[in-house]
Design a protein around this ligand. Sequence first.
Ligand code: PAF
Length: 282
Amino acid sequence: MRIVHSIVELRQQLASAQHPAFVPTMGNLHAGHIALIAQAKPLGDCTVASIFVNRLQFLPHEDFDSYPRTWERDCAQLQAAGCDVLFAPREHDLYPEPQTFKVHADPVLADILEGHFRPGFFTGLSTVVMKLFMAVFAGKAQGTAVFGKKDYQQLMVIRQMVRQFALPIEITSGATCRAADGLALSSRNGYLSETERAEALHLSLALRTLGRDALASANGLAQHLPQLEAQAMQALTARGWKPDYLTVRRRSDLQAPQAGDDLVVLGAARLGDTRLIDNLEV
Ligand code: PAF
């Protein structure tokens, strides 16, 4: 595996690639990331991963400084997974000057849910992903990028960005990897104490219960949903969580569903100091 830091070196490495398959990450890799690499490998002629903790997508009070950085272990895992090129830009490689020119996602999609509770998150995310895409794919007739469904709204924002800017990039989604008890794998799980880790599976359980209740009232869905969502929030609160949202949405655009829509249940909640997110298509 070749490790490169600058965009110039990356483009040199990719000069002969016709169809890169790309997995962007912020490092601290776990089995979920490695599954995305395995998924990407057959989709292109060169498998590229990136590791970059993107300051722009963190709010001032969030965990940018403490976000786990596990460089040696990440490199070993990527090497073992058969990644061809690791792009690990330093701050000045991606942001050589203050990034005042930004990509603003459609507020209808990006100002709800995660965007409501983390204002500016999707602008920071879209901006860095556009820059990473330009670094990896510029000059290529086609490419593929793989994103996990664990960050469901992120995946939808990226799909919309690629579609509306007509980027020649296929966006492929990877299933959420879960621990044996159902907890979605996430770098932030490492923040949990032993007691919190045991409790953490209740987020996925709450989503499952909410999804089941929503399906059971499919005919009167719009009418019953507010109460079902409030019950789900109360149940988690009673266990000591601080939920931001637990909600059932239409899969196609994350707006309030009508009877007959395909549904996704999404949740974000804080357990102690750790904010976890999860979702379930039902
Ligand atoms: O999902 C992530 O790890 C990040 O949001 C991403 C896509 C690498 C952009 O920083």
